[in-house]
Design a protein. Structure first.
Lengths: 135, 760
């Protein structure tokens, strides 16, 4: 039996999962990140995000904190407990800007913390850096 | 005559004047309300700025004087007394009148100059003398750092350009300018200043501290910090910034400073790396492996993306893998971050979020400010167009039927029907959307009452606290707009007749300050407005006497009325017109006007009163009057008429021989009640159907309710009910009282909608 293997694309675009319950925020992330050449998938809450992360690998997670069903920090803790997914870089983006909030996010497994509102430039720069794709 | 700019000015001026008046009243109550004084000041200040675009010197002078006065109040140099509020309100009234005049004739009325001089002089005399001399409030000198520690933050490209200029012999100046927070009020334009700076190499306009939340953001307060590199000479800069020189720091930049900063990491890279350092230093439990994995991957990604060497890092990761000790990782991070030790994780994160780009480019704020001011007429015409669309789409089913019956194409018919379903849905959504646009908060009308109540109360020598609740309740604009006059009547009545004088109140053991509650809320598809007071209430005995005296009802009937019914006598037209009722301890002025206005909008009025405790008037109005539901009936041999559903109590069929004849008129018995019977044909002067005397034949009778009376209306046939957009008659036809208007039917016919109140 012969298998026809598709040649792998050389430069695969980095895949980003955006987990945010706000439809406007998701659209903002998608528009900005797709324009910068990323492949963007969305999840509307932590549970959905967790399921998507388990289903296939991502290069970066952009995580809202306050969400229904499962909040962003609980989702990160779950993801970090799983051997296959525990290393994926994650940025939380939230309106809370206190140092204690940042530390809480780091403790839950975030690698970086941005405060809303985030400008498109910042978002793209951080995405490039954390997903390891030179701009 | 009127330009779009002038039109915009008139509408803005009205808003500003209203805002100023509202805040002044708030201030009078609580003189320490800093937000209120700032808002009044801002409103008047903005008005001054706008009117300056036009040639209305009288207007400008008056507003200017008002601004000076408010400025003194704001600075705490002048206490805001009731007299001062009166003075300012008078000035605002005058300005309002001028705005009306500008709106009507595009100019100020004759004699405006004299009026302006008078009021301006009065305002000026209220000013403390030293202020009048024009001593300006000197802004505090802003704190200026003369160091240039911000140099590394200048983008590499611009820093390189500066370096090139420096190496070719130019002197580079670093310029930091912290404008005073109130600089916009002293006519400064910091951004424009920088546009004039010669030889500008780099310019960063940044917030000097974190932007406040959008709702707390004060757009008139300058929070910016300007940092620039320029080849201009010190003298040039000092001349350019001569008026604000104390807010400017100038430092000569040595070329090596420009070069040194270049090898450092970008702020974002440094900030992310520092984040990883913080994460590694956190006390760890069993989550250490996952933490190490994600940090290892993140740092590697960041270094890779930033074009930095990753070998050191990889080695450190391998070392940590075998030893489980994070020290090698931290060492590498420390070495990388050493170039920029001042970067703190939270500061950098916040800086990234807030400082990059102006705040206006952030999506949240851009969204918040997107409010359109649209001429009402445009919305109205949009509404009419959608109304016509709703109607014309109704012709598609007719077309479908024709396609099948006349042209024999069932296929075509089905396609048309499918299309109809789509158009129908879209039309309905459009209609709902435009109705939402037309919804206004009742605060539009409520706003003027604090002022009114204050003025009347002062005139009557009464003390009244007006409490407004639910001013956010929204209703269609036609409803909100018609509310003004009835509410004015009701509130005036309450103040004039309902509320006792302070002495009387004290004698009765009531609080001296009376309370009037103006409350709006939504109840089902109705918006309810209640005006209640804690005054003396209505005395049914006196009302009965007055009604009899005015000949509204006879003494016998008056005696038979319950107290509640007696109180409701004030709604009768004859009750309030003649003689005036101010000697009466209740209400009555123009209550019939209130009722008729509210009923015109399909609303209702009710009143309840307890003697000695107060009165509540309640207006219930539909949320929207754009769509009317009517029942179609046939009369006059095939002519269609619409009857508003609100009036229809029921439909019955009665055998012709059970109709009673009383003298000339007819009546029938409906569940033990005798209901007068009228024939629509006769009422409209149409030809009557001939009856050949078959007693089993039945008449179709529509039982309608006007006020509290039932009437039977004989029609030829009942037809279906439908939603229509009622178009009132205009022109010469508007004089026809029997019809409230027309509506277009799906098949192109015109439906006449009856005005039953006039007809019966």
């Amino acid at each position: 039996m012969t298998l026809f293997l598709k040649p792998r694309t050389i430069a695969t675009a980095a895949r980003i999962l955006v987990i945010d319950d706000g439809i406007t925020m998701r659209l903002f992330y998608r528009t900005v990140l797709e324009a910068a050449g990323f492949v963007v998938e969305e999840a509307t809450n932590g549970l959905e995000g967790y399921e998507k992360v388990l289903a296939r690998p991502f290069d970066l997670l952009i995580v809202d904190i306050n969400m229904p069903k499962m909040d962003g920090l609980s989702m990160l803790r779950a993801i970090r407990r799983d051997g296959a997914t525990m290393g994926v870089p994650a940025v939380t983006i939230s309106t809370e800007s206190k140092d204690s909030d940042t530390l809480k996010a780091y403790q839950a497994g975030a690698n970086y913390y941005l405060v809303k509102p985030v400008t498109p430039e910042t978002l793209v720069e951080v995405a490039h850096l954390m997903a390891g794709v030179p701009a | 005559m009127t330009t779009p700019l002038l039109v915009r000015f008139v509408s803005e001026a009205r808003d500003l004047l209203q805002a100023a008046a509202t805040c002044l009243l708030r201030l009078e109550k609580s003189p320490d309300d800093e937000a209120a004084i700032n808002e009044v000041f801002r409103a008047v200040h903005t008005l001054k700025g706008s009117v300056g675009l036009f040639d209305f010197p009288a207007f400008t002078k008056l507003v200017h004087a008002g601004e000076d006065l408010l400025s003194a109040v704001r600075a705490g140099q002048l206490a805001l007394s009731s007299e001062l509020v009166d003075l300012l309100l008078d000035a605002l009234d005058q300005v309002s009148a001028w705005v009306d005049s500008i709106d009507a004739i595009g100019a100020l009325p004759d004699g405006a100059d004299g009026v302006s001089r008078d009021i301006t002089a009065r305002l000026r005399t209220a000013l403390p003398q030293d202020l009048e001399a024009g001593a300006a409030v000197v802004p505090l000198r802003a704190e200026i750092l003369s160091s240039i520690e911000w140099l590394p933050a200048v983008p590499a490209a611009e820093r390189l350009a500066a370096l090139r200029a420096a190496l070719s012999g130019a002197d580079i100046l670093a310029l930091e300018y912290l404008p005073a927070e109130d600089c916009f009020f002293s006519g400064e334009d910091p951004a424009a200043l920088f546009r004039q700076v010669p030889g500008l190499l780099a310019l960063a306009m940044e917030p000097r501290r974190d932007w406040p939340a959008a709702e707390a953001l004060d757009p008139y307060c300058c929070l910016l910090r300007f940092r620039a590199l320029t080849t201009a000479s010190r003298a040039e800069i000092e001349h350019l910034f001569r008026y604000v020189i104390e807010q400017v720091a100038l430092t000569a930049v040595a070329p090596h400073l420009l070069a040194v900063a270049e090898t450092g990491l970008s702020p974002a890279v440094a900030s992310i790396l520092d984040g990883q350092r913080v994460i590694l230093e956190l006390p760890a439990g069993d989550d250490l492996p996952s933490r190490l994995t994600s940090v290892a991957r993140t740092v590697e990604n960041v270094l890779h993306a930033a074009g930095q060497e990753t070998t050191d890092w990889r080695e450190a990761v391998r070392a940590t893998e075998t030893s489980g000790d994070t020290a090698p990782l931290l060492a590498v991070l420390a070495r990388l971050l050493d170039a920029r030790p001042e970067v703190k994780v939270d500061a950098a994160a916040k800086g990234l979020a807030a400082a990059e780009g102006s705040v206006l480019s952030s999506p949240d704020l851009r969204h918040a400010s997107r409010v359109l001011k649209v001429d009402q007429a445009k919305i109205d015409s949009l509404m009419n167009l959608i109304g016509e669309l709703v109607v014309s789409k109704n012709s598609l089913p007719f077309l479908a039927r024709r396609a099948e019956e006349v042209y024999g194409s069932r296929e075509m018919s089905r396609e048309i029907k499918d299309l109809f379903a789509v158009v129908d849905r879209l039309a309905q959504e459009m209609q709902a959307a435009i109705m939402a646009v037309r919804m206004l908060p009742v605060s539009e009308v409520f706003e003027r009452f604090p002022r009114l109540v204050r003025d009347i109360a002062r005139k009557l020598g009464k003390r009244i606290d007006l409490v407004i609740e639910g001013e956010d309740t929204a209703a269609d604009k036609t409803i909100v707009e018609m509310l003004g006059d009835p509410l004015l009547h009701i509130i005036r009545n309450a103040l004039d007749h309902g509320i006792e004088t302070p002495d009387e109140r004290e004698a009765q053991g009531k609080p001296v300050e009376a309370r009037v509650l103006l409350k709006a809320f939504q109840e089902g598809d109705q918006v309810v407005i209640e005006v209640s007071d804690d005054g003396r209430g209505i005395d049914p005995v006196k009302i009965r006497a007055a009604a009899v005296a005015k000949g509204v009802i006879d003494a016998e009937r008056a005696a038979g009325l319950t107290d509640q019914d007696a109180v409701n006598l004030v709604f009768l037209p004859g009750f309030s017109t003649a003689g005036q009722v101010s000697d009466l301890s209740g209400r009555g002025v123009g209550m019939d006007v209130v009722v008729s206005t509210v009923e015109k909008a399909n609303g209702s009025v009710s009143l309840s009163s307890v003697k000695g405790e107060g009165t509540t008037v309640r207006l219930s109005l539909p949320l929207s009057m754009a769509v009317t539901r009517v029942m179609m009936v046939e009369a006059g041999g095939g002519m269609l008429f619409g009857i508003p559903m609100d009036h229809i109590a029921e439909t019955v069929r009665i055998p012709r021989d059970s109709i009673r004849h009383i003298k000339q008129s007819e009546a029938f018995v409906l569940r033990d009640t005798i209901v007068p019977l009228l024939r629509l044909d006769t009422l409209l002067g149409l030809e009557r159907n001939v009856w050949f005397g078959d007693p089993t034949e039945e008449d179709a009778v529509l039982v309608v309710r006007i006020g509290n009376t039932l009437t039977g209306l004989v029609v030829d046939h009942f037809r279906e009910g439908m939603d229509i957009i009622l178009k009132p008659f205009d022109g010469i036809l508007a004089g026809l009282p029997n019809y409230s208007g027309t509506a277009l039917l799906g098949d192109g016919r015109v439906l006449l909608v009856l005005n039953l109140k006039e007809l019966l």
